[in-house]
Design a protein around this ligand. Structure first.
Ligand SMILES: Nc1nc2c(c(=O)[nH]1)N[C@H]1C(S)=C(S)[C@@H](COP(=O)(O)OP(=O)(O)OC[C@H]3O[C@@H](n4cnc5c(=O)[nH]c(N)nc54)[C@H](O)[C@@H]3O)O[C@H]1N2
Ligand SMILES: Nc1nc2c(c(=O)[nH]1)N[C@H]1C(S)=C(S)[C@@H](COP(=O)(O)OP(=O)(O)OC[C@H]3O[C@@H](n4cnc5c(=O)[nH]c(N)nc54)[C@H](O)[C@@H]3O)O[C@H]1N2
Ligand SMILES: [Mo]
Length: 622
C-alpha cells in the first residue's frame, strides 16, 4: 500500500507489488546518488527470530547496499559482555538441568510471563525438595511461591551480590579448591567486598541485613545451585555492572561445570551457524559505515546523534519491529517519523503504530507461512520451522522481499537468489561441533534437534585471557569499570539526579506481560479481551500519599511525556516503585500514548543497551 493521507494518519491506497518494489528501489537509488548509501537505515529486531528472515538475508542486503549500520542493542547487550568478562563466554547451562538443582535463584526475570517453559523444570526440582529464591523489586507469580523473596531497590543488585560475597568469604563458605585452581584475582575480590559490609548493603538495597546473610548462607551451602539472570534487570544505566557482580557468585561457591548447578544469562554462544556465509559481511567491502544505536533512533532521525548531525537519514526501512511502540522516548521518534523528507518503508503482517507513518507498507508473511530455522535465547535446540500454510493474501516473507529488492537494485550476487532451504543448508555447515549431526535433511525428518554439549565448563577451561574465571578482569578495568565489580547508583535517581528525583520520585518499571510478546498481539481481538489494560501497579504507601485507589485513572509523567493508566494498588511493588507492562500499541492506549513515551533514550553502561528501567516518573490522579 502507499500512503495517501498525512504521515501518521494511516490512510492507504492499494498498489501492486511491482509498483511498491519500483518505488522503493527508485527512491533508494535517488538517495544513494544525492546523499550516499548511509542516508538509508534499516530498523529491525525480534518480530521473528528466524535465522533466514531476521538474522540472515536482510543483513546481506544492507551490507551490499552500504546502509548505516544499526546497533541492535535494545534487549540483552549489557549482560553479554558482563558475563564474558567473568567466564570468557556467555555459555550458560541447559534449562532442562534446572530439574536437577537443589536451589534455583530467579534473579531479575519474570518466568511466569517470559520463560513459561522453564517453570516445568523448576517445579520438577521443587518436587524433589529444591528451594526457590527470587530477587526482584517486583513480586512475580514465581516469586509469590519462593522460599525467599528478596526485593532490592531497582538498580542495586551489584551491591547485593557484593554483600553476599562479603558474607560468604567472611564465613569461609566459599569453595577453596575451585577458587584456588580455577579463578583469577580472589585476593582482589576479598579486598573489594570489604567495601560492601552487610549493613551498608542493606542501606543501599533496602533489603534487611539478616535477609542478605540468610540468602548468602543458603546460596553457599545448598548444592547444586543455579542462578538464572534475566534480561529485564540489565536494562539499566548500571545493568552491565549488576550482571558482572552476580556472575561472580557461582565461581565463588564452585558452582561452575557442575550438573544441576551453574549460571545462565543467555545462550547465544550456541547459535553455531556459519554467520559469515549467512550474513555476508564481506559485501560491505572497504567501506567504513557509520552506526546508529537503535535505542537512539528518535535522536538519529532528528540528526541529533554525533553520526547523524548534518548528515540526515533520508530513508528508514522497518521490518520485524514496531519502533514507535517498543523503543524509548517515543514522542521523539514520532517527531522524526513526521519528517516530510523522510522516506519510510514498513514491512509487517499488521498495520502497527509505526506502519501508520510509512510511505510504503508491505504485507509480511508470518512464520506460519515460510520456512526458517530457529534457536532461542536459552534452550539447547535447533528447530526447523516449516510453513503450516501458504502465505495468505499477498503477503511475502522477508526473504522474498529482500531478494526481489536486491534484483531491482541490480545486485548481481547469487546469494540473493538462494531459497530458504539453500540458506539453511549453508548456515548449518559451520563445522562447529555443537551442530554435529544437525543437517537440513536430519531436521526435515526430526524438526528439532539438541545441540551436542555436556555440562558447560565441565573441563574447567575458560576463554578468558587468563584461562580462568576472572574475579579480576584487566579488560573490564581497561573498559573503564572497576576490574572486580562495583555498585554505582542508577543514572536517574536520588543520588545521581536529586533535582529530578524531587520532581519525579517514582522508579517506573515496564517489564514484559504474559499477554504480549513485546508489542505483538495487542491488535488481536482475543488478546484485547484478556489483556487487563494499561494497568500501573503502585505501592499502598505511594497510593495513599497521592489519594489514589485501585481502579482510578492516573497520569504517569516526566519530562519526556505523559501517559494515562489505571491504578492497581498492590504490595507486589516496593514503595517508590511502579510497574506497567511493556509495549502496548499507542493507538490502542488511552490518549494514544503508551508507557514508552516516558522511557529514557540514555544508553546503558555496557553494550549500548537500552535503559527502560532507569526511569523516574511522578504519578498523580487524572
Ligand atoms: N517499556 C519497555 N519496552 C521494551 C522492553 C521493555 O522491557 N520495556 N523490551 C524491549 C525488548 S527486550 C525488545 S527485544 C523489543 C522488541 O520489540 P520488537 O523488535 O519491535 O518486537 P515485537 O514487538 O515482538 O515485533 C515487532 C513486529 O514484528 C512483526 N513481525 C512478526 N513476524 C514478522 C515477520 O516474519 N516479518 C516481518 N517483516 N515482521 C514480522 C510483528 O507483527 C510486530 O509488529 O522491545 C523492547 N521494548
Ligand atoms: N509473554 C512474554 N514473553 C516474553 C516477552 C514478552 O514481551 N512477553 N519478551 C521476550 C523478550 S524480547 C525478552 S528480552 C525476554 C525478557 O524476559 P525477562 O528477563 O523476564 O524481562 P522483563 O520482563 O523485561 O524483566 C524481568 C524482570 O526484571 C525486573 N527488574 C527490573 N529492574 C530490576 C532490577 O534492578 N533488579 C532486579 N533484580 N530486577 C529488576 C522486573 O521487575 C521484571 O520482573 O522475554 C521474552 N519473552
Ligand atoms: Mo528482548
Amino acid at each position: 500500500m502507499k500512503r495517501v493521507g498525512k504521515k501518521g494518519e494511516g490512510k492507504w491506497e492499494k498498489i501492486s507489488w511491482d509498483e511498491a518494489y519500483t518505488t522503493i528501489a527508485n527512491k533508494f537509488q535517488e538517495i544513494i546518488r544525492t546523499d550516499g548509501s548511509e542516508a538509508i537505515i534499516p530498523y529491525s529486531y525480534s518480530g521473528n527470530l528466524g535465522i533466514i528472515n531476521n538474522y540472515g538475508v536482510p543483513f546481506r542486503f544492507w551490507s551490499k547496499l552500504g546502509a548505516t549500520n544499526l546497533e541492535r542493542a535494545v534487549c540483552s547487550d549489557a549482560g553479554k559482555p558482563a558475563t564474558k568478562y567473568t567466564y570468557g563466554q556467555t555459555a550458560g547451562i541447559d534449562p532442562e538441568s534446572y530439574a536437577r538443582t537443589k536451589l534455583f535463584v530467579s534473579w531479575g526475570i519474570n518466568h511466569a510471563a517470559t520463560n513459561v517453559h522453564a517453570i516445568k523444570f523448576i517445579n520438577q526440582a521443587r518436587d524433589n525438595g529444591a528451594k526457590l529464591v527470587e530477587v526482584n523489586p517486583v513480586r512475580t507469580p514465581l516469586g509469590s511461591q519462593a522460599d525467599l523473596l528478596i526485593q532490592p531497590k531497582p538498580g542495586t543488585d551489584a551491591a547485593l551480590a557484593l554483600g553476599m560475597m562479603n558474607v560468604i568469604i567472611q564465613e569461609g563458605l566459599y569453595d577453596k579448591d575451585f577458587v584456588a585452581n580455577y579463578t583469577l584475582g580472589f585476593d582482589k575480590l576479598v579486598e573489594k567486598v570489604k567495601q560492601y559490609p552487610v549493613d551498608k548493603v542493606a542501606q543501599i538495597t533496602g533489603v534487611p541485613a539478616q535477609t542478605i546473610i540468610d540468602f548468602a548462607r543458603m546460596y553457599a551451602t545448598t548444592k547444586p545451585a543455579i542462578i538464572r539472570v534475566g534480561y529485564g534487570m540489565q536494562r539499566n544505566t548500571n545493568g552491565g555492572r549488576m550482571v558482572r557482580a552476580i556472575s561472580l557468585l557461582p565461581a565463588l561457591v564452585g558452582m561452575v561445570g557442575v550438573d544441576g548447578g551453574g549460571y545462565v544469562y543467555i545462550n547465544g554462544d550456541y547459535w553455531a551457524f556459519d554467520w559469515k556465509a549467512l550474513q555476508r559481511p564481506d559485501l560491505v567491502g572497504d567501506r567504513k559505515l557509520r552506526s546508529v544505536n537503535m535505542n537512539e533512533i528518535g535522536k538519529a532521525l532528528l540528526g541529533e546523534t554525533k553520526e547523524t548531525k548534518g548528515k540526515p537519514i533520508k530513508a528508514l526501512f522497518v521490518y520485524n519491529s514496531n519502533p514507535l511502540a517498543i523503543s524509548t522516548n517515543t514522542n521523539l521518534i514520532k517527531k522524526g517519523l513526521l519528517r516530510e523528507d523522510l522516506f519510510t518503508v514498513v514491512v509487517d503482517p499488521f498495520i502497527t503504530d509505526t506502519a501508520d507513518y510509512a510511505d510504503i507498507l508491505l504485507p509480511a508473511a508470518t512464520f506460519f507461512e515460510y520456512e526458517d530455522v530457529n534457536q532461542d535465547y536459552l534452550g539447547w535446540y535447533v528447530r526447523l520451522n516449516l510453513p503450516a500454510i501458504p502465505a495468505l493474501g499477498e503477503a511475502k516473507s522477508n526473504l522474498e522481499i529482500f531478494a526481489e529488492l536486491a534484483k531491482r537494485m541490480g545486485f548481481p550476487e547469487d546469494c540473493f537468489k538462494e531459497s530458504a532451504a539453500d540458506v539453511i543448508k549453508l548456515a548449518l555447515k559451520s563445522g562447529n561441533p555443537l551442530f554435529e549431526g544437525i543437517t537440513y535433511d536430519a531436521l526435515r525428518e526430526r524438526h528439532w534437534m539438541k545441540i551436542k554439549l555436556g555440562t558447560p565448563f565441565a573441563d574447567r577451561k575458560f576463554k578468558t585471557p587468563s584461562g580462568k574465571v576472572e574475579f579480576y578482569s584487566e579488560a573490564l578495568g581497561k573498559a573503564g569499570f572497576d576490574p572486580v565489580a562495583e555498585h554505582i547508583p542508577p543514572g536517574e535517581g536520588e543520588e545521581k539526579t536529586p533535582q529530578l528525583y524531587a520532581k519525579y520520585p517514582i522508579r517506573f518499571l515496564t517489564p514484559a506481560t504474559k499477554n504480549f510478546i513485546s508489542s505483538q498481539f495487542h491488535n488481536l481481538s482475543y488478546i484485547k479481551e484478556i489483556y487487563e489494560g494499561p494497568i500501573v501497579f503502585i505501592n499502598p504507601a505511594d497510593a495513599k500519599q497521592r489519594g489514589i485507589s485501585t481502579g482510578q485513572w492516573v497520569y504517569a509523567f516526566n519530562d519526556r511525556g505523559k501517559v494515562r493508566l489505571q491504578a492497581k494498588v498492590s504490595e507486589a511493588v516496593k514503595p517508590g516503585v511502579a510497574m506497567s507492562a511493556k509495549a502496548p500499541w499507542h493507538k490502542y492506549s488511552p490518549e494514544g500514548t503508551n508507557i514508552n513515551a516516558l522511557a529514557p533514550d540514555a544508553l546503558g553502561d555496557m553494550g549500548g543497551v537500552s535503559t527502560y528501567h532507569t526511569n523516574l516518573v511522578q504519578i498523580a490522579k487524572a
